[in-house]
Ligand binder design. Structure first.
Ligand SMILES: [Zn+2]
Length: 306
């Protein structure tokens, strides 16, 4: 079992939200052991605490959104993927808007800045869950399954027929170094032909060629340069890890995902939580609509962040 970790100091990020297009400022702060990841929406008039817990996930359409019923934080998944990959278990994320900044569309800047600030080992153990029997979710033509494995491995397949993306597969063995080299830089992607539909729905108002990897179905090509030949499937692994960060324990298993996405990723996380709760009733996460995500409480926040 490894020790829990937090960051050594504060990390500040400024930029626009992918969907809202609004400028936000976000500050990552260290947190005591057993806090988990907690978002604080703070617009100077109102302050809302939203634990990063599956019980607070309210929207999975083109992003993962959290809400406590009063405030919403959208597009948390690239940031939480970076935290997950660097084993940051305890972190306070204060934000003055409703969406995490998209930056370059990947997790690169989050990883770089957190590594600059430094990572601190804490005294408490991080609980772990070793998969001993397959756990799966199937939704229409998509599925995701985790099999027993002594580590964390992700085999991911995407399929976008009649497009320049086509079918892509990656077999990713998790380690911090592998994530930084092979996953962290992969940007969110989309088709230029879908642009009008999205903007009509009020989505991707902050998208541009600097933060989205754009493809054209009509021209059968990628419009801006690729960082990897198979960048889209790598980004899907990045997104999945952003959802796995919701698990309040380390997962040991071999995940196979076919045509996954935010919606099935969250259903999968819920399924694993059910298995974990029945395997370890004494460790059962206390998380619900009124309590914090992890095992401790964050009453200290009320005093320390005013
Ligand atoms: Zn993404």
């Amino acid at each position: 079992m490894r020790k829990q970790k937090t960051i050594k100091g504060e990390a500040i990020f400024e930029g626009v939200g992918l969907h809202s297009g609004r400028k936000v400022k976000m500050i990552l702060k260290p947190a005591p052991e057993n806090t988990g990841i907690v978002f604080i929406y703070n617009d100077d008039k109102n302050k809302e605490f939203i634990p990063f817990s599956v019980d607070f996930v309210t929207d999975t359409k083109n992003n993962i959104s959290l809400s406590n019923g009063r405030a919403v934080i959208k597009t948390v998944e690239h940031l939480t993927s970076a935290l997950f990959s660097l084993n940051i278990d305890n972190c306070i994320i204060e934000i003055n808007g409703k969406e995490v900044p998209i930056l370059d569309g990947s997790a690169r800047e989050f990883v770089t800045k957190i590594l600059e600030i430094g990572i601190e080992n804490q005294a408490a153990d991080k609980p772990e869950f070793i998969v001993i029997t397959p756990i799966w979710v199937r939704l229409e033509d998509k599925f995701i399954v985790v099999l027993p494995y002594n580590g964390l491995k992700i085999n991911y397949t995407i399929s976008f027929p009649n497009s320049p993306i086509g079918m892509q597969n990656i077999n990713f063995e998790y380690s911090v170094e592998n994530y930084i080299k092979n996953i962290a830089n992969a940007r969110t992607f989309g088709f230029i032909e879908d642009l009008d539909n999205y903007t009509r729905e009020g989505l991707i108002l902050g998208a541009n060629f600097e933060n989205v990897h754009v493809f054209s179905k009509k021209e059968n090509r990628c419009i801006n340069n690729s960082r990897y030949d198979d960048e889209p499937v790598r980004h899907k692994v990045l997104d999945l890890m952003g959802a796995l960060a919701l698990l309040p324990f380390e997962l040991k298993g071999y995940i196979i995902s076919y045509r996954g996405g935010h919606h099935i990723d969250i259903a999968f996380v819920k399924k694993i939580m059910e298995f974990y709760s029945s395997a370890y009733p004494e460790r059962k996460a206390k998380s619900n609509k009124t309590q914090p995500a992890f095992y401790g409480n964050f009453n200290f926040l009320e005093d320390s962040i005013q």
